[in-house]
Design a protein around this ligand. Structure first.
Ligand code: FE2
Length: 200
């Protein structure tokens, strides 16, 4: 199997007291994410893409409309692996150091960043993702539909939130704004975001 599903970077019950039940991960990690990996392997088996990196598969398939199914599964594999790393127990709140200074510089304040990020996450119609990205040296918020991600658009992802219904329905039913607020208040792994920023 060319493409694999990395282990969750925390215990499946680790976020229960921070607003995400183990049941969410049983489905979201154990069923949805796993299915994208299985589908990607089936779709690429025996083709030249099977020997490429996941990032290369995303960039190649995004430019080729005949490979839309491969793009959707490859990007969803990458997006979810990235998203799990954006979460940690007792996370959230504000970042520190160089990243905090850059957010203040590019958004005006941390509060302005959270407003912009929350609005992007809440207003992505239907399924998709909200992101903090490094776009050629400037930090920006973006939202993408379905499986699309910053990598496909030549931008560096620093942070993401999955706003597909499957991400929040078990914990929050239809209340996407409550899921967004909980993510920002209690879950964001700013150490991971700062490490991504340092590599940008
Ligand atoms: Fe998801």
């Amino acid at each position: 199997m060319a493409f694999t599903q990395p282990p969750l970077p925390f215990d499946i019950k680790a976020l229960e007291q921070y607003g995400m039940k183990a049941e969410t991960f049983e489905y979201h990690y154990g069923k949805h994410h796993a299915a994208y990996v299985t589908n990607l392997n089936k779709l690429t088996e025996g083709t030249e893409l099977a020997n490429k990196s996941l990032e290369e598969v995303i960039q190649i398939s995004f430019k080729d409309s005949s490979k839309a199914g491969i793009f959707n599964n490859a990007a969803q594999v990458w997006n979810h692996s990235f998203f799990w790393n954006c979460l940690k127990p007792a996370g959230g709140g504000a970042p520190t150091g160089d990243l905090a200074a850059k957010i203040n510089q590019d958004f005006g304040s941390f509060e302005k960043f959270t407003e912009e990020f929350s609005t992007a996450a809440a207003t992505q119609f239907g399924s998709g993702w909200a992101w903090l990205v490094d776009d050629g040296g400037t930090l920006k918020v973006m939202k993408t539909p379905n499986a699309e991600n910053p990598l496909a658009h030549g931008k560096k992802a620093l942070l993401t939130l999955d706003v597909w219904e499957h991400a929040y329905y078990i914990d929050y039913k239809n209340a996407r704004p409550a899921f967004i607020k909980n993510f920002l208040d209690k879950l964001v792994n700013w150490d991971f975001v700062a490490a991504n920023y340092a590599q940008a």
